[in-house]
Every structure is written in C-alpha cells, then in structure tokens.
Design a protein around this ligand. Structure first.
Ligand code: KG4
Ligand code: ZN
Length: 373
C-alpha cells in the first residue's frame, strides 16, 4: 500500500511519449515528442518515418520525463510499463524494446499495456486528479467510455481492470477524422485542427437551412458511421455555385455537426438501453444462475459516461451528451484533452492499476501485438 512510481512509455502511433506517475495519481513528470510535422505532407502517418522518429526520440523523451520527476534514471522508479499493442507494429517495437531493456537492466517489474485499456483507465486518474485529495474513488467500475478522436471511435463498457466489452465501434471513419475531412471540404483553414475550425465555423451557420440526415437513423444498434454524412456534405458542396457563399458553407458545417452529434446521442441511447436490459435480465435470472451467465449478464449500475478523445473538446458534444447523461442520472466525465490524446501518463497509470491488483508481465520474450482485441 506504500505509494510506488511507474515509468510509462508510448510509441504505438505518431507520438513518442513518456511519463512518471505515482500510484496515488500524482503525475510527477512527462514528456512528449509529436510527429505531426513529419507526416503532414503525406496526409497520414507513414509507418517507416514514424518508427525512425520514435527511435530518434525515445531515449530523450524518457530522460526528460524522469528528469521532470526529479529522477536521474529508470533505476529510481518502481516499475516500467509500455504500450505493446494495438498499433503500428514497427512503432510499437521501438517503445517496447526500450522499456524491456530498461526493465532488465534495472531489474524492475514490467507491465505490457494495451493502448485502449490505457485510454479507458486514464479517465480514472483524471477523475481522481480533479477531486479533493483523500476523497473516495471518483470513477468506480462499471462505466461507459466513449472514445472519440482522430483515430478512434469506440464505445466501451469498462467493468474492471482487464474487463471490457466493446459496445460499439465505427463501421468506417472515426468522428474526428470526419470532422477533419469535412473541414477540408468546406475550405477551412485546418492548421489549428479541422475539428476546432469546423466547430467555430458552424457557429456562424444555421443547420435548418441545409439539414443533413442523421446516419443510420433506422438502424437500432450501437455501431457508428460517419462516411455517409461526409459524402453528403461533399455532394452538397458540389451543388453550390462556385463552392457556395460563406453563409451557405457555414449552414452546411452546422448541419454536419448537428447530424453527427445526433448520431452519437442516438447510439448512446441504444447502449444505455442495452445496459439496462442486461441488468433486468440479471434480476430476473433464477437464483444460482447468475454465475453461469456470461459477463454481459453481470452488469451492475453504471457510474458514469466518460467522453474522451480530441472530439470531447467540442462544446456542442459536451452539452448534448451532458443533457443525455442528466436525463439518465449519470455523471459525465470529460478528462482534459492533454490526457485524452496519446500520452505517457495513461500508460504509466494503466500499469499502476494492473500492478495494484498484483499483475505484471515477463519483460523477456514480450512480443508486440499490432492487433489486440
Ligand atoms: O485525441 P486526438 O487529439 O488525437 C488523435 O486522434 O490523434 O483527436 C484529434 C481529433 C482530430 O480529428 C480533431 O479534428 C478532433 O479530434 N477535434 C475536434 C475538436 N477538437 C479536436 N473535433 C470536433 N470539435 C472540436 N472542437
Ligand atoms: Zn490512442
């Protein structure tokens, strides 16, 4: 129960990140090297370039995180965690080789971290950080986690450490990706991020002037889809004379945003209904039967909805999902953007949560897992 410190390392995509976090939730030091400038001209992450940039940065980034924590080397932490999947295989290998080497050299416990688990658990660290010191657990299991970023669009039921159910994923684009593409279609300056540019531009428009259909409105499930909505915007822009006036394009931006967020709301409603059904099925089950049911039938009441990822910065997303949570008596957590994007803190924290339960992994022979359900 003595507090312990963990060094977390993340290289699964295009961010080289490291952090030192203490088991009581204190973030002692962090560092990140982003590769946006390297990949910008290619329109996407180029794995080979990403690997080279990770290899060039990982030693320095780890050193900076340790130094920020007032430590001189990895010998001074209690354990090391690293993202081993899912992600770009050649990128994952850079961080995991580095972490394995450190763990072996200094004889430290090692934790192989699942990237999406780290995103989910990070919300528990953020909730703790936002609460007064010494207060009770802020985000108990189970909770729903809606991860909406440029690369992810997933709704997960987080039942416990290592115990998740994917309730919904996107059939095509991630929501942030759709925001970025639509911002470009509308000719916005996407230098500061397509999502933020589109949100600001949409405030000048009126969705009612150019309504767009809510994706899959008749499909009663929890899958997401944004490609059709993006195509609908492209078709509308094409029909506007010379790309349309600024006012016409702002109306389209507002309509895109309204339809996309209505889609999120609708999917969440189905998800909440499903969770409620699982619970009442459990209540109806004959005594003695519950233990034989699969995980889905053991769902206790939800504590909260966590909305994380870059899109969680959107004011309309927060307002609409906040209202939906209020209607369902759920707390809504939107962790700070810095912790929602890929970072080292979430990896260190996921390792802490696993170590606290007595779990660790063998450093030797640990393989990366590009695909990891
Ligand atoms: O989590 P994040 O920073 O990282 C990656 O996915 O790598 O998410 C970035 C995404 C981008 O697609 C961006 O357009 C979107 O989040 N985003 C937003 C807003 N701010 C960022 N989308 C909608 N509204 C915003 N205000
Ligand atoms: Zn991520």
């Amino acid at each position: 129960s003595r507090p312990f410190t963990v060094l977390g390392i993340e290289t699964s995509c295009d961010d080289t990140a490291a952090a030192v976090v203490r088991s009581d939730g204190a973030i002692l030091g962090e560092s990140i090297a982003k590769q946006d400038a390297i990949h910008a001209q290619w329109g996407g992450v180029v794995p080979g370039l990403a690997r080279d940039a990770h290899a060039a940065a990982v030693g320095r980034v780890v050193g900076e995180a340790l130094a920020a924590a007032g430590l001189s080397s990895a010998a001074d932490v209690d354990a090391i965690g690293v993202t081993v999947g899912p992600g770009l295989e050649i990128c994952l290998r850079v961080g995991s080789a580095h972490a394995i080497e450190l763990a072996q050299r200094h004889g430290k416990p090692f934790v192989a971290v699942h990237h999406l688990e780290a995103h989910c658990l990070m919300a528990r660290l953020a909730a703790r950080a936002a609460a007064p010191p010494g207060s009770a657990e802020q985000l108990p299991f189970p909770f729903l986690s809606l991860l909406v970023s440029g690369g992810h669009c997933q709704l997960l039921l987080c039942r416990g450490v290592g115990d998740y159910a994917i309730i919904g994923s996107t059939l095509d684009d991630a929501l942030g990706e759709a925001y970025d593409k639509v911002a470009r279609l509308l000719g916005l300056d996407v230098g500061g991020g397509g999502g933020a540019a589109l949100e600001a531009f949409a405030r000048r428009g009126n969705a009612a002037n150019a309504p767009l259909p809510v994706p899959m409105a008749r499909r009663k499930d929890t899958s997401f889809s944004f490609a059709g909505l993006k195509t609908a915007v492209r078709t509308r822009v094409g029909k506007l004379d010379g790309g349309g006036s600024e006012a016409e394009r702002a109306d389209l931006a507002a309509a895109f945003q309204l339809a996309a967020i209505a889609h999120l709301e609708q999917r969440l409603r189905y998800a909440l209904r499903w969770c409620a059904e699982q619970r009442s099925a459990q209540a109806d089950a004959p005594i003695g039967d519950a233990a034989d049911n699969d995980g889905a039938a053991r769902v206790p009441p939800l504590s909260a909805l966590v909305v994380s990822g870059g899109v969680a910065a959107n004011a309309l997303v927060r307002a609409r999902l906040g209202a939906l949570c209020e209607e369902h008596g759920l707390a809504m957590h939107t962790p700070p953007p810095r912790l929602c994007t890929d970072n080292g803190v979430m990896v260190a924290w996921a390792a802490i949560e696993r170590l606290a339960l007595g779990h660790s992994d063998q450093a030797e022979g640990t393989e990366v897992r590009a695909r990891w359900p």
